[in-house]
Each structure stands twice: as C-alpha cells, then as structure tokens.
Design a binder for this molecule. Structure first.
Ligand code: HEM
Length: 155
C-alpha cells in the first residue's frame, strides 16, 4: 500500500472585504465547498476510535511479523495514547501528550516492512468496524506520513 501525507485541510478562510472604498459586490459564496463533518465525526467520535484501536492492538499483538516489538508493552496505556493521537489528528477534541514519534520509536530499528504490517493491521480493524473507504484512506494517509519519523531500520 502506498501512503502519502494527505493535507486534508478543508476550506481555507475566504477573504472578506479588503477595506478599499466602494468595493465591488462580493461574489456569491461557494456552496459550503468542502466544509463537511470532520474526519473525527465521521469516524464516530472518541468511543468508536478507542474501540477500533483496541481491535487494532489485538491484531498487532497476534501478528507474527511484528508482535515481538510489543512484548512487555502496556497495551492499555498504548491504546489510550493512540486513541488521543488519532482523535487529535482527525480533528477531534483530544490532546495527545505522549512522546513525539521519532523519540518513541528511536531504538526499535523499525523497517518499512514492519511499518506496512502495522498499517495493514490498522486497516483490518477499520474494515472490521465498518469504517468507510474515504475515512479509512484519509486516516491511513495521515498516519502514513509518520513513516519517515518511525522507520529507522533497513530490511
Ligand atoms: C503510523 C504508525 C505508528 C503510530 C501512529 C504509532 C504511535 C505510537 C504511539 C502514540 C506510541 C506511544 C508513545 C509514548 O509512549 O508516549 C507508540 C509506542 C510504540 N510503538 Fe508505535 N506507532 C506507529 C508505528 C509503529 C510500528 C510500525 C511499530 C513496530 C512494528 C511500533 C511499535 C511501538 C512500540 C513497541 C511502542 C511502545 C513503546 C513502549 O511503551 O515501550 N509503532 N507508538
């Protein structure tokens, strides 16, 4: 799966009157261009995200390709941190206060293959929860942009 950083920024602020005398009448506002519900809302809010992350971590812990990384890790605490991180990244009200991604994964020598396996497990959990393809793509693109900070190993 190819992942790229998605700049899902929605509509920017439309310019208002510029202050010059006798400005021309403003053009009609575009009909709510891309201002729809946030990705956070479309994912179903924090409880839905928390549940998906729980399923995701169960998949990771059972995934022979990467489970060794998670041996001895407090998965409940990781579930909370990941929920906050995803909630915030999706435009929700949470605040992620954990380590930055480079620091958190610095000594793990994670490879691209490890990263892909984890993203696959997340996609499986999102599919299982019935998350729509657009929402799944937006979230995976956003998280995929973290690859450069997390992957430090070579195959
Ligand atoms: C988009 C991909 C990823 C995201 C968003 C992510 C996010 C996180 C977050 C938020 C933490 C908690 C940091 C803290 O303690 O403050 C964490 C820890 C961890 N991550 Fe990742 N991670 C990603 C990819 C990976 C991959 C590919 C692996 C290994 C295959 C991995 C292995 C771990 C482990 C083992 C910990 C726990 C460290 C500990 O508590 O001792 N992560 N990750």
């Amino acid at each position: 799966m190819r992942l790229a950083v998605a700049a899902v920024l929605g509509a920017s602020l439309a310019g208002g009157a510029c202050g010059h005398p006798a400005p021309p009448p403003p053009a009609p506002a575009p009909a709510a261009a891309s201002a729809g519900p946030s990705l956070y809302a479309r994912l179903g809010g924090v409880n839905a995200i928390h549940a998906v992350v729980g399923d995701f971590l169960a998949r990771v812990a059972a995934d022979g390709r990467i489970r060794a990384f998670f041996r001895g890790v407090d998965l409940d605490s990781l579930q909370t941190k990941l929920t906050d991180q995803i909630c915030q990244a999706a435009g929700g009200p949470c605040r992620y206060t954990g380590k930055d991604m480079r620091e958190a994964h610095a000594d793990m020598t994670i490879t691209d293959a490890d990263f892909d396996a984890l993203i696959e497990d997340l996609a499986g959990a999102l599919d299982h929860a019935g998350v729509g393809p657009n929402e799944e793509r937006e979230l995976l693109n956003t998280l995929g942009g973290l690859r450069r900070e997390i992957v430090t190993g070579r195959r």
